[in-house]
Design a protein around this ligand. Structure first.
Ligand SMILES: C[S@@+](CC[C@H](N)C(=O)[O-])C[C@H]1O[C@@H](n2cnc3c(N)ncnc32)[C@H](O)[C@@H]1O
Length: 290
């Protein structure tokens, strides 16, 4: 019996099959092929919304091909938000996988474990404001920062007036020095280079008062299958690249957890806690400015 090519094999995949594939550690190419075929089948049947997403299959395919053709993960983010057929709506598919309830709960629980004065919170890489909204009741003031205007427009629409949004690079936010008690981020650093990590730590330290802390979260590889299945399709590979291996970065650019710790040490911030969710798929770390 000859080995089937991915071309032959792909149409046999159902979404649950693809989830299994992902958990076997074989996700990238095969899952993408499988999802691509499912979308192609849908494209023939209907021009209505795809079961893989909430946009038509043809638009999903076009977008995914463009995103897949861009090797720089930062530019991929930009492509996803700028080419999105319905003004960034596809970002909901992507963002919900990064920012599902368990990851937001993890940050939330971390805050209670080290309860402190949380009057002003800044959410870096806020996207559509998922985390900022979840933290709103813990602070007098929450400010979300993101570079993508379209995402902030959505954030403003779905947030109470007490949350403010500010368009800026997280490396130079322009917000006042030492003006925050807590900085948070969810899914921000995955695609950063080492140089960007260093720039981020400088800015985080600048923004925090002494004694203030930064809590950020990481997805571990175990969570990738969840991402793939809930990413609703063709953007799964984009997500997997950005959260798992930073595969579009050269070895020199890739950062490890120890690089993050060293970069924070250089700006006078030390690791005080790390937290995991129940299945170990998300880890949150907290650095404090002394
Ligand atoms: C994976 S999304 C997470 C969004 C949000 N934290 C959530 O959990 O729903 C990462 C976000 O970081 C933003 N981002 C990435 N690099 C950035 C930068 N250099 N400056 C500002 N925002 C950035 C992206 O635009 C995107 O909205």
């Amino acid at each position: 019996m000859t080995e089937p090519t991915s071309e032959d094999k792909a149409p046999q995949y159902s979404l649950p099959d693809l989830k299994d594939l992902a958990s076997n550690g074989d996700l990238n190419e095969e899952a993408w092929q499988g999802l691509y075929h499912l979308a192609r089948e849908e494209e023939i049947q209907t021009n209505e919304a795809s079961s893989l997403s909430d946009i038509p299959a043809s638009a999903l395919i076009e977008l995914a091909e463009k995103v897949r053709g861009e090797p720089d993960p930062i530019k991929r983010y930009e492509l996803v938000s700028s080419l999105s057929p319905r003004e960034g709506v596809i970002w909901f598919d992507v963002l919900e996988t990064f920012s599902d309830k368990s990851s937001r709960d993890l940050i939330y629980d971390s805050l209670f474990l080290s309860a402190d004065d949380r009057r002003r919170i800044v959410d870096l890489g806020t996207g559509t404001g998922n985390l900022a909204i979840a933290l709103e009741d813990l602070a007098d003031e929450v400010i979300g920062v993101d570079r993508v205007d379209k995402l902030l427009e959505v954030a403003r629409l779905q947030s109470p007036d007490t949350i403010k949004y500010h368009q800026a690079e997280v490396f130079s936010t322009g917000l006042a020095e030492a003006s925050f008690d807590l900085a948070v981020s969810l899914g921000l650093e995955s695609s950063f280079t080492k140089v960007q990590i260093a720039a981020l730590t400088q800015e985080v330290s600048r923004l925090l008062r002494n004694g203030g802390s930064y809590i950020t979260t990481f997805n571990t590889l175990g969570d990738i299958s969840e991402f793939a299945s809930t990413a609703k399709g063709l953007l799964a590979d984009c997500i997997v690249d950005t959260v798992s291996g930073k595969s579009a970065l050269s070895n020199e650019d890739k950062w490890e957890y120890s690089d993050l710790e060293s970069a924070f040490e250089l700006v006078g911030m030390s690791l005080i806690e790390s937290y995991e969710n129940e299945d170990g798929s998300m880890i949150a770390v907290e650095f404090v400015k002394s």
